[in-house]
Structure formats: C-alpha cells, structure tokens
Design a protein. Structure first.
Length: 332
C-alpha cells in the first residue's frame, strides 16, 4: 500500500476530515494532482445544469478555461445571461451559451434537450449538477415532490433524450453531483417522496441523492456498451450560496473548514477531463478517487437489485421516457 493510500484511508473514515478542506488539501498535496489548467477541452461540448451559482459556476468557469464549448443551464434566463457574459469576460472563451430550464419541469427538460440537439452535433459531457435542499415541501408541475423531480426524474429524462448524441460522441461522459448526505439514506421506492406531514428537507434530499447514485450504476450497466461513461460524485462540504440558504447554522459553524466552491468542483472537472474515469463505469467519486457508496450496513441492505429495478421503472414511468439503446451509435 502506498503512503498516499494509507493517509487517504485514515482521513476518509471520519467525515469531518474527509469532507472538509482538510481532506481536499491533504489528498491534493499527497497525490500530486494534475492541475486542471493542463486539460485541453477544445472541440468538446459540455452541458452543465446549475451553472449560475456555487459548484456548477466554479466547474463551468474552469471548463471554459480549458476551452470547452459550454451550454449552461439554470432556471432564469436573465441570471443565465449574466453568468454567460461574466464567464466570457473572465475566461476569454466565447463558446458559452445558455438555456433556461427547470429540471423538475419535464416539458422544459424536453425543450432543453431539443435545443442541445439542434445546436450541437456532438455532446461529450453531460453534467447533472443542479440541485437544492429545500426546507419546505414543493410539488413539481407534474405533482412529484420537487427534490425528486429535479434531481432524480428530470436528470434521468435529460440523459435519456440525449443518449444517442452521447453515444455518437463516444467516449462521452454523464456526471451526476450527488452528496455525502446520501450515506445516511436507505434506497427507498415507497418513501422516495416524503409526504407533507412528515417532510424533512435534509432527509428528502438524502433519499433523492441515494437514488441518483443507484441510477448512475444502472445507466452504466445498461448503456455503458455505447461508450458512455456514467459517474457520480460528491463534493465534500463546500461554501456555496446553496449551503448558506439551506443549512445556515451548519454553514456558520463549519465556515472556516468548508471547501471553496472551486475545491468542491475539482473532482467534477477532473471527471469531465481526465482519462482515468474512462477506464471504469458507474463509479462514485470524492477527491479524484473511487469511493464506496455505503458506509452503513442498513443502507447497504436496502440497496437490492429488485428495489433498483423498481426505482428505474418508476422514474421512467414518471418521466414518460423509457430509454432504449440506439440500434447503432450515431457516427460522429
Ligand atoms: N455545496 C455543498 O457542500 C454540496 C454538498 C453536497 C452536494 N452538493 C450538490 O452540489 C450541487 C450544487 O450545489 P451548490 O451548493 O453549488 O448549490 P447552489 O449554490 O444553490 O447552486 C445550485 C445551482 O442549481 C441551479 N438549480 C437549482 N434548482 C434547479 C432546477 N430545478 N433546475 C435548474 N437549475 C436549478 C441554480 O440555478 P438557478 O437558481 O439560477 O436556477 C444554481 O445554479 C447540488 O446538486 C447539491 O445538491 C453540494
């Protein structure tokens, strides 16, 4: 075992060291990470949801610096346009456009997919980053609980609608920003959506993030043969407007230990750019390393093949889209 492996194992066990800027700094130094500035993504098309703030904005900025052609997605067209304009100035990359879409609104997801397919003849990286922990329960337009709609069903639909274009651009990547919060949550289908009576934002969020990770593995198993790599990750704990709004006490107490948005986004950019993630499929990552998806026996026991199958079917049914592999990948 290398020294870096030993130290990584020691700091991974207690989440406070692993998830904070301590874990990031130790791993980065010990493992001599390639600088993100070194990646050349010229000619590669990247669609990134949740790009106006926090981790998504930090990742998009770095991807733009690497030369990627970017499609930024957020809910508000004016906010998106401002983000695009600022990013063009700060990175010097003018191949950045935006589409306004709420990922929890499936009609808007369909329109988003149409725009991407019309405007780009290839798609190298699709990043599902949009997400929020909301302390009050909301319904999406179809009546699904909004966290589940925007972080489980909507991303599934978007991947499905863009599958052929991803296959035609292989090796391509679909990346999903989950959360370390999912370690506390069992995989559940009957209780995936919490009712108004027992709604707890943090728990609802963790259940949705757990479902994301299970679906990531299923996508890899079912569509990996098309040359598409599906990976999920968690960013540790990063200081972002989202964390500040959803968890103000946590944000205040942990303040000095939280990662910067750039540190939280590092592995996302690395998964989009490095060759290492092309060597595996369906993995879960933190700080450029594959991680177990369970830390507790109870959640591991909940994560059965039967439950995964039922979640896949429920999400497909809810989204109105049943993905099938294209007969032949599109030629690029
Ligand atoms: N920060 C952390 O420590 C942390 C830890 C674990 C996981 N995460 C995950 O990382 C991702 C980014 O979080 P963040 O902390 O950077 O949050 P943030 O600062 O609140 O940014 C969230 C982004 O998502 C967009 N968004 C939210 N809901 C959306 C929807 N329904 N449709 C389209 N866009 C939507 C927002 O854009 P508009 O408001 O402009 O629409 C914004 O750009 C989330 O998936 C979050 O769960 C973060």
């Amino acid at each position: 075992m290398k020294a870096a492996d030993v130290v990584d194992a020691v700091i991974e066990a207690p989440v406070v060291t692993s998830f904070t800027r301590v874990g990031f700094a130790v791993r980065k130094r010990l493992e001599n990470w390639t600088s993100l500035e070194e990646y050349d993504l010229n000619g590669q098309v990247v669609v990134l949801t949740g790009a106006t703030s926090g981790l998504g904005r930090a990742a998009a900025t770095q991807l733009a610096r690497c030369g990627a052609t970017l499609v930024l997605v957020g809910r508000n067209a004016d906010r998106n346009e401002t983000t695009v304009a600022e990013m063009i100035v700060s990175t010097g990359n003018d191949a950045i456009t935006q589409v306004a879409a709420d990922i929890g609104d499936y009609d808007q997801v369909r329109t988003l997919a149409e725009r991407v397919l019309n405007d780009h003849d290839r798609l190298d990286v699709l990043i599902h980053n949009a997400g929020a922990l909301t302390n009050e329960r909301h319904d999406a337009p179809d009546g699904t609980e909004a966290t589940v709609a925007s972080q489980v069903v909507g991303p599934f639909l978007l991947t499905g609608l863009l599958l052929e274009r991803l296959a035609g651009s292989a090796p391509s990547r679909v990346l999903t920003m989950s959360s370390g919060g999912m370690y506390t949550a069992a995989l559940t289908i009957s209780e995936l959506e919490m009712s108004a009576d027992d709604y707890k934002g943090a728990e609802q969020y963790a259940r949705a993030k757990r479902a994301q990770v299970a679906l990531n593995e299923l996508w890899a198993q079912r569509f990996g043969h098309l040359g598409i790599r599906f990976h999920a990750l968690h960013p540790g704990w990063a200081d972002t407007p989202g964390v500040d709004a959803a968890l103000p006490t946590f944000s205040k107490v942990m303040g000095p230990l939280l990662r910067t948005a750039e540190q939280g986004a590092d592995t996302l950019v690395w998964l989009a750019a490095d060759d290492t993630p092309l060597e595996s499929n369906g993995q879960f990552w933190l700080d450029r390393r594959q991680r177990n998806i369970h830390k507790l026996r109870s959640t591991r026991n909940s994560d059965t093949a039967d439950r995964r199958e039922r979640i896949w079917n429920w999400v497909a049914e809810t989204s109105g889209f049943h993905p099938a592999a294209p007969a032949q990948p599109e030629s690029s």
